[in-house]
Design a protein around this ligand. Structure first.
Ligand code: SF4
Length: 225
């Protein structure tokens, strides 16, 4: 069914594609609040600045405009979009009702912490059902590296990988298949290597090989989760 609707969307978009135009994507940055500590990010929680968020009415007005312009994809980003889950879910459903086919959002995974607490599985089931009903097309979970401790240290989210594993079992039962969102950064390789304009061919090759190996291990790890 999903393949058929994708094929239909491709056909509908064909005239634009032939004119060299890709189907439009609307990205709404819902907030710059975040509860993670990623060193590469200016929105990490330890940064001291005045944080903001879009209210539901503002997001709906943006979605209306996107729907009028026939965008095919609508993405909600942050910060951490799920810090304001009620508003986020309302806007996802609103986008669905406006017939935007590919609605996407994701999380740094903070809700998967404390998975050994009583009621975690039930909470995840409820969460999965809500995602399923909302019309969300893609749900991503950030993952920085195959090295569990490194990932959790990077994000400041202890125990999150165990929780993701448990939640994935529940999600599959509910028909939700999250994707791993990899930020391409230094955590993918273990060695400290860098390139400059004067790097030799041997150094460039070493850099290339290290990243190929990093990606290989990452995908192996993510696929095995
Ligand atoms: S989770 Fe995303 S928004 Fe938050 S600190 Fe990390 S990279 Fe930044």
């Amino acid at each position: 069914m999903m393949v058929l609707s994708f094929a239909k969307d491709v056909l509908v978009s064909l005239p634009s594609l032939l004119r060299g135009r890709t189907p439009g994507q609307l990205i709404i940055q819902t907030t710059d609040f975040c509860n993670a500590t990623c060193p590469q990010c200016g929105m990490r929680k330890q940064e001291d600045f005045k944080r903001t968020r879009l209210d539901v009415d503002a997001m709906k007005r943006i979605i209306d405009r996107g729907a009028k312009n026939k965008v095919k994809a609508l993405s909600f980003t942050g910060g951490e979009p799920f810090l304001f889950q009620k508003d986020l879910m309302e806007c996802i459903r609103y986008g669905r009702d406006k017939k935007i086919p590919y609605i996407r959002t994701g999380t740094n995974g903070y809700m998967f912490q404390n998975s050994n607490k009583q009621g975690f599985v039930e909470k995840m089931r409820e969460f999965a059902k809500e995602l399923k009903k909302s019309g969300l097309y893609t749900f991503w979970i950030s993952l920085d590296t195959w090295d569990i401790l490194e990932h959790e240290k990077n994000r400041g989210l202890d125990g999150v990988v165990d929780g993701i594993r448990t939640a994935l079992l529940v999600f599959r039962e509910e028909g939700i298949f999250p994707s791993a969102n990899l930020g391409i950064n230094r955590t993918i390789v273990k060695k400290k290597i860098g390139l400059t304009s004067t790097s030799s061919i041997a150094e460039r090759e070493q850099f290339y090989e290290a990243y190929v190996e990093g990606f290989r291990r990452f995908y192996e790890f993510a696929a095995g989760m």
